[in-house]
Structure formats: structure tokens, C-alpha cells
Design a protein around this ligand. Structure first.
Ligand code: PAF
Length: 330
């Protein structure tokens, strides 16, 4: 049994430790979850956000990180945010998000964005701002757009050079209706599944391939389970920094500003990481043994043509006017 003298001594040591470390007397824990490792672009976003909030609030908030899908797949963590039963903050891809906020699906349309500056201009402008606003109606507080880069195809069957090479390819897609439609239209056999299931499915041969940006291919060392990388850049892949409404409502106005500004720091860190992956990712994958083919503009145009009929559905869902507005953004 601990004596009252020992209890006092323990309390004294704890007080001295928090004083020495400068820790806030009662710091509030902010659990943050994301799909990839701490040293990925997701970790970069979470670290940028964490650093800004911790420093600016002088330690009032303390981030606790759950990388590598430690809290489950993206759909599960988003549901937890909505209900207030899970973590307080997430960095997630757009993969599962359109099941919660359908308006974000427009950003998932293949061959919509020309390059990273185009995507960033759209997301940082009125169209992107408008989509962030929509999250509030669905019990989610989206504070900033993050980014993954352009998605490319990896598989164990053959190099993908023309649309016919996709015929019957069992390719894992995100649980994302826009992506599923595109791959179906191109003649592949899309298999939607959540990220934590992907590596085991590739190892067991249940699927032939998957598609993800270089940031993910390198961070997840996909060469351990995939032979061919086709640099197709078929679709841009955004991400988002989101907090739960119950946590948001518990903050003062000043604290809300700190979290919102911190999310923008996270976005910048994520984009910087992606810039670097886009520069070095192909070389890294090649050095690790992947067999790589880079689609020419002409080859890309053939893929775009092969999914033209999917665009009819996209026009119906998101309107031609909005899609044209995105394309016209400089
Ligand atoms: O393919 C996905 O599910 C996403 O791009 C990933 C890897 C989970 C990162 O959010």
C-alpha cells in the first residue's frame, strides 16, 4: 500500500516534471489517425499540424498519433469522427469520403486535372472552398485540403501500355464510385477494398494490381508485392484534414483559429512531401526493382478516350458546367 508520504512524493515528482518539460498542467489530448506510416506524406501533414498547434497553444493540446491504419480503414475513422466515438482528427484520402459528402466526388474524375498547380488552384479557390463547406452539413469539419499526387497503376501481370492491357485486370480501387465506374468502363475488373486489406490481397494473389500515387507506392514499399509500375497519372488524388464536430464545438474561437491555421501548415507540409515524391519516386521504385513504363501523352489520350462514356454519368452527377469550370481554371 502506498503511504501518504509516498503519495505526496509522487505528486511532487510529477509536478516538477511537468514544470521542467514546460507541459501544460492539463493538456487536452488530440488523437489523430491516418492510413500510412509516420514518415509518409500523411505523417508530414499530421506532424505539421501537430507542431503548429502544440507551439501556438503553448502545450495546451497534445497530439497522439495513430499512423498505419492503427484505428482501422478510412471509412471507419470517418464514421468515428461523425459520431464523436473515435479520434478527434484525421488525415484521409478522398477514397471513402464521397460516400459521406458526395460533392467531393467531382475531384476524383480521371483526367480532370492537368497537373499539380492546376489541382491546387482549383482546390484553393472558390470550388475547393465550396466543397469544404459542404462537410459541415454531414457532421464533419474539413479544415484543409491535403494531397497525395497523381495515381499510377501497379500490377503483377504485365506493363499497362494501352487500354486493352487492362482487360479483366483485377485491380483494387478505393471504395470510390467515381474510380470504380472509370475502371469498369475501361474494361478492368475493379475490386474496391479498404487500404489495410490491400497488401495481404496482393500477397495472396487475390488481386493483380492496385493504383496509388508515388508518395504511397514509395512509403508503402509496394515493390515488395508488385512487379510493374505504369506511370499513368490517370487521376489526381486529394486528401483532407478533418476534425470531429464534437471536438470542434469544445474549442474556443481562438483555439478554432489555431487548429484551422495548423491544418494549413499540415497541407503545406503534405504538398512539399508530394513535390519531392513526384520528383524522385520513379527513380526510387526503379532502384527497388520495379519494371517501369511511363505513358506518353498519346498513350494517355487513348486511356482517356476509353472511359469517355463514363463522363456522361459524371456530367449527370456533378454537372457539365462545374466540370468545365474546373477544366477552365488556370
Ligand atoms: O488507396 C488508398 O486507399 C489511399 O490512397 C491510401 C493509401 C489509403 C492513402 O490514403
Amino acid at each position: 500500500m502506498i503511504s501518504s508520504f509516498n503519495r505526496l512524493a509522487v505528486a511532487g515528482i510529477l509536478a516538477a516534471t511537468s514544470w521542467a518539460t514546460g507541459a501544460f498542467a492539463q493538456s487536452t489530448e488530440v488523437k489523430i489517425a491516418y492510413a500510412l506510416a509516420r514518415d509518409s506524406h500523411y505523417g508530414a501533414a499530421a506532424d505539421g499540424w501537430d507542431k503548429y498547434v502544440t507551439e501556438t497553444s503553448q502545450g495546451k493540446f497534445k497530439f497522439v498519433h495513430f499512423p498505419s491504419s492503427a484505428q482501422g480503414g478510412e471509412r471507419e475513422v470517418i464514421e468515428g469522427l461523425q459520431l464523436g466515438t473515435g479520434v478527434q482528427a484525421v488525415v484521409v484520402s478522398s477514397g471513402a469520403l464521397s460516400n459521406f459528402v458526395p460533392e467531393i466526388g467531382v475531384t476524383d474524375i480521371p483526367f480532370l486535372f492537368r497537373d499539380l498547380p492546376h489541382a491546387r488552384a482549383v482546390l484553393d479557390g472558390p470550388i475547393g472552398e465550396g466543397i469544404l463547406e459542404k462537410f459541415k452539413d454531414r457532421e464533419l469539419i474539413a479544415l484543409a485540403w491535403g494531397e497525395q499526387g497523381f495515381r499510377h497503376i501497379t500490377n503483377n501481370r504485365q506493363p499497362i501500355e494501352k487500354p486493352e492491357d487492362l482487360a479483366g485486370l483485377k485491380i483494387r480501387t478505393m471504395e470510390n464510385p467515381v474510380h470504380i465506374t472509370a475502371f469498369e468502363t475501361a474494361g478492368a475488373a475493379p475490386t474496391p477494398m479498404s487500404w489495410p486489406e490491400v497488401i495481404p490481397a496482393l500477397q495472396q494473389g487475390a488481386i493483380d494490381g492496385q493504383e496509388n500515387p508515388l508518395s504511397v507506392i514509395v512509403s508503402a514499399k509496394l515493390w515488395e508485392v508488385q512487379k510493374y509500375l505504369t506511370v499513368s497519372g490517370h487521376v489526381y488524388s486529394p486528401a483532407m484534414l478533418i476534425v470531429s464536430p464534437s471536438f470542434w464545438d469544445s474549442l474556443s474561437d481562438d483555439e478554432k483559429k489555431i487548429f484551422a491555421d495548423g491544418a494549413l501548415k499540415g497541407k503545406e507540409a503534405m504538398r512539399a512531401f508530394v513535390d519531392n515524391s513526384e520528383k524522385n519516386g520513379v527513380e526510387t521504385a526503379k532502384a527497388a526493382g520495379m519494371q517501369i513504363n511511363v505513358l506518353s501523352d498519346e498513350q494517355k489520350a487513348a486511356f482517356q478516350k476509353s472511359i469517355q462514356s463514363a463522363y456522361d454519368g459524371y456530367y449527370e452527377t456533378y454537372t457539365k458546367e462545374l466540370i468545365d469550370q474546373i477544366i477552365a481554371t488556370k
